[in-house]
Design a protein around this ligand. Structure first.
Ligand SMILES: [Zn+2]
Ligand SMILES: [Zn+2]
Ligand SMILES: [Zn+2]
Length: 331
């Protein structure tokens, strides 16, 4: 597999002929359970205080898309830009138990997972070759879920994924013209209008964005400005517990509409990266604001053509927020 850059949109894609594609992956024994006979290669573990040996841990992805060894070997050939898929690909095991998900685990357990995520992002950002670290979770057969065990994934890449790059550029442009963070301004307006706020929990707000890409899209943001999730994630445990509770409750609300979803964390890029784009991130601590995006997958409402060209979301955020606020959740 290699990375190729679309010469028109300048976005990177991973492509190649994957011999494993199409072959069903056997998962007779779980690689990620605490008592797995064939556990995956452990990177780091968050110790536990309760009855299990650990509470969350990061392992190497069993079939990684990115490999940490080697040089990206970025090269051009006329219009074509390509590089080897150098980077890191990890699985974050959210819980040692096979049935404890981010919506039914305790806030402490989810807090441990958030701390682990923050530690891994921070650690990967120490590698100056890395431009961006992504954290995401795909849940459900139509969302591309890979493992039945409660897991999220981390990729560390030599490029910034397209959607985040749009946001980073837009955030910076807004800051240049207004000297304010666009996300802080959105939060202020949303809290004032109270039309699309799902719930507030301590320092965190869950809301339906003004222009959703899919029905019931939900974001979680810190109310106080912070560009880097990993700084929040490693801060006082009290902060993390509020975030854990809001994440759990929001996922319960979304699951009242559909079980399947994508979740992605958007945090600041690696400002250690020594490229000539470094100047680009000079105001990153002021102009960007980390957040979690939850994109529910509703098969019945999808329009295959419009989905990627112009987002089509046949439920307005003002309607979606009512359903999500009223969804029955268990505390
Ligand atoms: Zn398992
Ligand atoms: Zn902000
Ligand atoms: Zn975002």
């Amino acid at each position: 597999m290699e990375l190729r850059k679309d010469p028109i949109t300048r976005s990177w894609v991973i492509t190649g002929d994957d011999p494993a594609e199409g072959a069903p992956r056997p998962e007779s024994t779980c690689l990620f359970c605490a008592d797995s006979p064939a556990p995956a290669q452990v990177i780091t573990t968050v110790p536990n205080t309760g009855g299990t040996p650990w509470s969350a841990r990061a392992v190497v992805h069993p079939t990684p898309l990115y490999h940490i060894e080697g040089e990206p070997g970025r090269r051009g050939d006329g219009l074509s830009d390509r590089m080897h898929s150098v980077g890191a690909h990890e699985v974050l095991v959210e819980n040692p138990r096979h049935d404890r998900h981010l919506w039914n685990a305790s806030d402490d357990e989810i807090g441990h997972f958030l701390r682990l995520a923050a530690e891994r992002i921070l650690d990967l950002k120490h590698d100056a070759r890395i431009k961006y670290v992504s954290l995401f979770k795909d849940y459900g057969p139509h969302a591309g879920q890979e493992f039945s065990h409660p897991t999220s994934q981390i990729t560390a890449t030599m490029f910034v994924p397209r959607r985040v790059l749009y946001e980073l550029r837009a955030g910076r442009e807004y800051f240049v013209s207004k000297e304010r963070c666009v996300f802080c301004d959105i939060l202020q307006q949303e809290e004032r209008q109270a039309l699309r706020v799902i719930e507030t929990r301590g320092d965190y707000v869950a809301l339906c964005p003004y222009a959703p890409r899919v029905p019931y899209e939900a974001w979680i943001l810190p109310r106080n400005h912070e560009a880097a999730f990993e700084r929040t994630g490693l801060a006082q445990p009290g902060l993390r517990v509020n975030l854990a509770a809001l994440l759990r409750r929001t996922l319960q609300r979304v699951r009242a509409v559909t079980e399947e979803f994508h979740l992605v964390l958007h945090t600041s890029p690696n400002s250690l990266h020594p490229s000539n784009t470094l100047g680009y991130w000079k105001t990153i601590d002021d102009d960007y604001h980390w957040h979690i995006e939850i994109l529910p997958v509703l098969g019945s409402k999808a329009r295959s053509y419009t989905f990627k060209e112009v987002y089509y979301s046949p439920v307005s955020s003002e309607t979606a927020v009512k359903h999500l606020r009223e969804a029955k959740i268990d505390g």
